[in-house]
Ligand binder design. Structure first.
Ligand code: EPZ
Length: 427
C-alpha cells in the first residue's frame, strides 16, 4: 500500500498550476447523462474519484473518450442500464449524483446507498425527499435506492417541478436536484440551496447545454424545465480546485514559504483567505492566480466551518495542522460533519498539542513536531498530515495515501517542484 515519505523541515517556494476541482468535475460528469448529444469537459483532475465516476458511467453504456486533464467526451445518447452498483458506489459516495439525471432523463434509477465514510454517516435522505417532492416513487430495499416516475397518469414518466426547501445546506443534494430539475415538467425552486462555487460551475455547464437556471450561487435556485438538453457547444472547463489551492496555500504558510497558485481565485475562498491573513500570512492576487507567503510569526486564529461563503469544512484539517505552529491556542470548530477530527490524534503523534472536546478542537502552539509514522483516515486528513510532515524534524511516513489520491493530483510531484522532499514509497 502506497505511503508518502517526507523529510522535514522544509520551506516550499515557487509556483504550481492548480488542477480542476474534483467536486465540480463529479457533478459535471453526471450531467452528461442528461444530454442526447456528447458533452465535452476540460480540466478534469486526473484523480481516483474521477476515474471511478467515469467507470460508473461507462458501465451504464455511456461512450467515453479522452483522458483527464485533456478533453473528455461523454456520449449518453444510448444507455444500457440505469443502475449504479454497490461495488462502485461504496468507493465513492458522490455516485449518488447519477440519481437525479437518471430519474430526469429515463424516469427510473437503481442506485446503491452510498453508505458512510470515516467523517460521518452521510445520509442521503434529503436527496430522496426532494425527488419524492418532484413526483418520484422511492423505495430503499437491500441497500439500494429504487426510484421511478409513474408512466401512467399525468406524469407520464417525467418529474414534475416543485419547491424543494432543504432543512440544512447540502452540496450534492442541491446539485442532484439542480441536475434533475433541468428536464422536469415546470419550474423547480430550491430554497436554502448550497452556494458553493462548484454549484455555480455546474449551473454554467447546464446552461451551456440548454438548461434554464437562475440564482446559482444564492440560497434560492430556480430552474425552468426543458424537454431536452443538447451537448456542450464547446468543452466546459471545470473551475480550479479551491480546496487544492487552499491546501498548498497552507503549505506555504506552515513552512514560512512563498508559493504562487496559478488558476486559484481568492473569491472562491473568502473565509480561508481572511483567516490566513489574520494568522500572519500574506495572500495577494497576482496575474493568473494567488500568491501566498509568510515571513513573520504565525498567530492563533479560530475557525468554525460553515457552508459557503463560510469557512470550508474541506480545509478544516489543514487549518488544524497550521495552527500547531501558531504562537498560542486556537479553536477549530467543525459544524458540518460529526466525525471530522480523525487527523487530531495523528497530529499528536507528531508532537502537536491538540485537545478535542465534541465538535471543538483546541490547538496550542508553536509545537516542535518530530517525524513519525502516521496513518491517513480520509482525504483531507491525509493532506493535514502531509502539511505537518513538511515542518516535522526528520522523516514522516504517511500511510494509506490512497485517501489522498482520491482528490489530489500528483501531490508528491507538486510538492517536490516547490522544494519539498516527498517521495511515494511502499508503506
Ligand atoms: C460535499 O459533500 C463535498 N463532496 C464534500 O467534500 C464536502 O465536505 C461537503 O459537500 C460539504 O461542503 C462533493 O462535493 C463530492 P453535504 P456532500 O450534503 O454533498 C448532511 C471532500 O473532501 N446531509 O453538503 O456529501 C451531511 O451528513 C468531500 O472533497 C444529510 O443529513 O455533503 C452533512 O452533515 C468530503 N442528509 C451535511 O448535511 C442528506 O441527504 C452537509 O453534507 C445530505 C446531507
Amino acid at each position: 500500500m502506497d505511503a508518502f515519505l517526507i523529510s522535514g523541515p522544509c520551506r516550499v517556494s515557487g509556483s504550481l498550476a492548480v488542477s480542476g476541482a474534483k467536486n465540480a468535475a463529479l457533478p459535471a460528469i453526471a450531467a452528461a447523462l442528461l444530454a442526447e448529444r456528447p458533452v465535452a469537459l476540460d480540466r478534469l483532475p486526473p484523480v481516483a474519484d474521477i476515474r471511478t465516476m467515469k467507470r460508473l458511467l461507462s458501465g451504464m453504456g455511456v461512450a467515453l473518450s479522452g483522458e483527464a486533464p485533456a478533453t473528455v467526451t461523454l456520449d449518453a445518447s444510448r444507455l444500457a442500464s440505469t443502475e449504479a452498483p454497490y461495488d462502485l458506489v461504496r468507493t465513492m459516495r458522490a455516485s449518488i449524483l447519477v440519481l437525479g439525471p437518471l430519474l430526469a432523463r429515463f424516469g427510473e434509477a437503481r442506485v446503491s446507498l452510498p453508505g458512510g465514510c470515516a467523517i460521518g454517516v452521510r445520509p442521503v435522505d434529503l436527496h430522496i425527499l426532494a425527488f419524492e417532492a418532484m413526483g418520484a416513487r422511492v423505495a430503499v430495499e437491500k441497500g439500494y435506492i429504487h426510484a421511478h416516475v409513474s408512466r401512467v397518469g399525468p406524469q407520464r414518466g417525467r418529474l414534475t417541478g416543485a419547491t424543494v426547501r432543504f432543512p440544512q445546506v447540502t452540496v450534492t443534494g442541491t446539485e442532484n436536484v439542480l441536475l434533475a430539475a433541468t428536464l422536469a415538467r415546470g419550474v423547480t425552486t430550491i430554497e436554502n440551496a448550497a452556494c458553493e462555487p462548484e454549484v455555480v460551475d455546474l449551473a454554467a455547464l447546464l446552461s451551456s447545454m440548454g438548461a434554464r437556471v437562475s440564482g446559482a450561487g444564492t440560497p434560492t435556485l430556480v430552474v425552468e424545465g426543458v424537454d431536452a438538453l443538447h451537448g456542450t457547444p464547446q468543452p466546459h472547463a471545470v473551475l480550479a480546485d479551491r480546496i487544492e489551492a487552499g491546501t498548498y496555500a497552507a503549505a506555504a504558510a506552515i513552512t514560512g514559504g512563498d508559493v504562487t497558485l496559478l488558476g486559484a481565485r481568492g473569491e472562491d475562498l473568502p473565509a480561508f483567505v481572511a483567516a490566513l491573513g489574520a494568522a500572519g500570512a500574506d495572500v495577494a492576487p497576482c496575474d493568473g492566480g494567488l500568491r501566498v507567503s509568510r515571513s513573520g510569526p504565525l498567530r492563533p486564529v479560530d475557525v468554525e466551518t460553515a457552508p459557503h461563503p463560510g469557512y470550508p469544512t474541506d480545509l478544516q484539517a489543514q487549518w488544524m495542522a497550521l495552527m500547531t505552529q501558531a504562537g498560542g491556542t486556537s479553536r477549530v470548530v467543525e459544524t458540518i460533519f460529526e466525525n471530522r477530527f480523525l487527523h487530531a490524534a495523528e497530529l499528536v503523534r507528531l508532537g502537536a498539542q491538540v485537545r478535542v472536546e465534541g465538535h471543538t478542537a483546541f490547538v496550542t502552539g508553536p509545537s516542535r513536531l518530530e517525524g513519525a509514522t502516521v496513518t491517513a483516515s480520509d482525504l483531507r486528513a491525509s493532506a493535514a498530515l502531509v502539511l505537518a510532515g513538511l515542518v516535522a524534524e526528520g522523516e514522516t511516513l504517511v500511510r494509506r495515501i490512497y485517501h489522498l489520491d482520491r482528490g489530489y493530483a500528483a501531490m508528491e510531484q507538486k510538492l517536490s517542484s516547490l522544494g519539498a522532499r516527498v517521495s511515494r514509497v511502499e508503506g
